[in-house]
Design a protein around this ligand. Structure first.
Ligand code: IMP
Ligand code: MG
Length: 180
């Protein structure tokens, strides 16, 4: 099994790039059929979702779509701090729009819950959630996720945008922390 070392920890490949690309392609097809005809604003949650958003936007064949970015942080090391800091806010007009939030991963759900509340408070007509990865066993919030790429076990992962203390975001495959 392919391994990488980031700082003090070993990670082992768990989702090869081909599996990720396939999940994104399937999500793009579903989005096209459900969102065609709407003026969609995609909001990519930085930093983690940058790679997912880039791949999805290339696959989703919607012409009346726009993309914007919101920068958040809630993790320290391999644990969620539970506190979500908004770093770069949303400047777009949200009122009356269909917003699709693009997340790298939904873990406890605290981050996405905060984003949903913010987007609704700005007057969105409709808010949909798309996440590349979902840890169902870690979810602590009552939220509905409209688009899920891949469900994964409750383990810490890196790659394809996800980091361990800033490292590993550029890996094209996804790796799981090796517990020794
Ligand atoms: P939540 O608020 O607990 O749902 O966490 C969401 C955010 O934490 C995601 O946007 C990720 O940036 C980060 N995160 C959650 N799980 C992992 C992981 O396994 N590896 C790296 N980052 C993660
Ligand atoms: Mg994130």
């Amino acid at each position: 099994m392919k391994r990488v070392k980031l700082w003090d920890k070993e990670f082992e490949i768990s989702l090869p790039n081909a599996d990720i690309q396939l999940a994104i392609k399937q999500m793009a097809i579903k989005m096209k059929s459900e969102l065609e005809g709407k003026e969609v604003l995609f909001i990519c949650i930085l930093n983690g979702a940058f790679m997912f958003a880039a791949e999805l936007m290339k696959e989703v064949e919607l012409t009346d779509a726009e993309i914007s970015f919101l920068k958040l942080a809630s993790y320290a090391g391999t644990n969620s701090t539970g506190e979500v800091k908004e770093l770069i806010g949303l400047n777009e007009v949200i009122t009356g729009r269909t917003v699709v939030i693009l997340e790298d991963i939904v873990d406890s759900g605290h981050t996405i819950k905060g984003v949903i509340e913010q987007v609704i408070s700005k007057g969105a007509k409709e808010v949909k959630i798309a996440t590349l990865l979902f840890k169902p066993d870690a979810l602590q919030e009552d939220i509905k996720i409209d688009y899920v790429g891949i469900e994964i076990p409750n383990d810490f992962i890196v790659g394809f945008g996800l980091d361990y203390d800033r490292r590993g975001r550029n890996l094209k495959d996804i790796y799981t922390l090796v517990k020794e």
